[in-house]
Design a binder for this molecule. Structure first.
Ligand code: NDP
Length: 451
């Protein structure tokens, strides 16, 4: 058995129920195979065995009192995966599906993503099975405070700097940061995604969606194409989806879909700036369902279906796809339908939104396929810029941050392409991203000895 298969088998045996984690590890180890021959020193130092084991996992009880006066108990998790190149960094996810396997997959991916940004950040992820949907403002606040009541002792501006993810936006970051500040009596850059008024960075809310779109534009340029007049599918309707739509519009493309966990809207005329403003108010302020879009604009609504099922069943012809909801949302069958209906570019806003079968389809047909850890790295990169500004006690202008973000996305794209070429898989962004992200972390781990 090859070394990589042996390691994967061990990972599976140790934690048999952590399916998403196995999936992420397999993808990375498969593509790191070519590094073995070039770097026997990594094998000797056990780097591959060590990198799949988190530095530490913290799991804790989060008790809080709901509006009816009843005690609720949720589970909190923080996985500090690897801090070889910088303090742990990665988002917090509040969603009922959260479990250790999902947080480990996200933390593992984060190691390589953060390394790709060129900024000094290690990999981590955390969250809770708390569901903010349907909860009152006060309930969300009490939960966030209860969550931080334990998390605070494990994080710090130079130790571990969490941020948002699914279910954790500006509101939740505000409550958590306010509570941290209160019990620690310090105002430091311990969380990113903060509002501008108390230490946030301009362009952080937009950064993931903008970055995903910049990455797609870079990929298109390698084939002499641009985004103008191209038609796109976007899934989800949260932070990443919203700003992906905004940037695609700015670059002259047309987005025809959005979704949430209740269904999908299709608007062939395109989700223009006015309609996007409606979505932002609906989702960020009124916290309503995407169906309201269909009611307001007369668009089609497909109840209980995701974008990719709808696209296959309706035979939608699109040029680009931006999955921006959650892991494993595109399966092999839907990937095949997408490609056969003309989609030549997939840029992943979500983390691991394509199943292994879907990735195989994208690669077999040689379409432009930007995996999440490269394509959506603009979010954490701008979080890194927020950390820098906090340390300097200084704020950069919107233009400054956006131009740094664009520069970082270009350099990630270039690093992926170069690594794919060096390791004999030219144009394969999956291999390129994994290897380019891995090498710097591995070299640092080597330098530290066995620790
Ligand atoms: P939000 O919570 O703002 O939005 C998530 C959207 O996806 C919502 O529309 C939500 O619908 C939908 N969704 C989430 N889970 C499911 C599910 N299981 N089934 C169907 N729909 C679902 O999260 P973000 O936009 O921040 O995150 C979206 C993706 O992007 C995630 O994979 C995240 O890890 C990734 N990402 C986010 C970054 C960031 O900076 N925020 C950075 C890099 C990656 P509903 O409201 O009905 O649940």
């Amino acid at each position: 058995m090859s070394l990589m298969n042996e390691i994967l088998e061990r990972v599976r045996r140790k934690d048999p129920e952590q399916m998403e984690f196995h999936q992420a590890v397999k993808e990375v180890l498969d593509t790191l195979e070519p590094t073995i021959a070039r770097h026997p020193e990594f094998v000797k130092a056990g780097i591959f065995e060590r990198i799949v084991e988190p530095d530490r996992v913290v799991m804790f009880r989060v008790p809080w009192v709901d509006d009816r006066g009843e005690v609720q108990v949720n589970r909190g998790i923080r996985v500090q995966f690897n801090n070889a190149i910088g303090p742990y960094k990665g988002g917090l996810r509040f969603h009922p599906s959260v479990n250790l396997g999902i947080i480990k997959f996200l933390g593992f991916e984060q190691i390589f993503k953060n390394s790709l940004t060129t900024l000094p950040m290690g990999g981590a992820k955390g969250g809770s099975d708390f569901d903010p949907k349907g909860r009152s403002e006060m309930e969300v606040m009490r939960f966030c405070q209860a969550f931080m009541r334990e998390l605070y002792r494990h994080i710090g501006a130079d130790t571990d700097v969490p941020a948002g993810d699914i279910g954790v936006g500006g509101r939740e970051i505000g409550y958590m940061y306010g509570y941290y500040k209160k019990i620690r009596n310090e105002h430091t850059g311990v969380l990113t995604g903060k509002a501008l008024d108390y230490g946030g960075s301009l362009v952080r809310p937009e950064a993931t969606g903008y970055g995903v779109t910049y990455f797609a534009a870079e990929m298109l340029a390698t084939r002499g194409q641009e985004m103008k007049d191209k038609v796109a599918l976007v899934s989800g309707s949260g932070n990443v989806a919203q700003y992906t739509v905004e940037k695609i519009n700015a670059l002259g493309g047309r987005v025809i879909s959005l979704s949430d966990s209740n269904g999908t809207i299709i608007d062939e005329k395109g989700i223009d700036a006015g309609k996007l403003a409606f979505v932002m108010d609906l989702k960020n302020n009124r916290r309503g369902r995407i169906k309201e879009y269909a009611d307001k604009y007369g668009a089609k609504f497909f109840e209980g279906q995701d974008v990719w099922d709808v696209a296959r069943e309706q035979g939608l012809k699109v040029d680009m796809a931006f999955p921006s909801a959650t892991q494993n949302e595109i399966n092999g069958k839907n990937a095949e339908a997408l490609v056969k209906n003309g989609c030549g570019c997939v840029s992943e806003g979500a983390n691991m939104p394509s199943t292994p079968e879907a990735v195989d389809v994208f690669q077999e047909y040689k379409i432009l396929y930007g995996p999440g850890k490269a394509a959506n790295a603009g979010g954490v990169a701008t979080s890194g810029l927020e950390m820098s500004q906090n340390s300097m006690r200084f704020s950069w202008s919107r233009e400054e941050v956006d131009s740094r973000l664009q520069g970082i996305m270009k350099s990630i794209h270039r690093a992926c392409l170069d690594a794919s070429e060096t390791y004999g898989r030219k144009g394969d962004y999956v291999t390129g991203a994994n290897i380019a992200g891995f090498i710097k972390v591995a070299r640092s781990m080597l330098a530290y000895g066995i620790v």
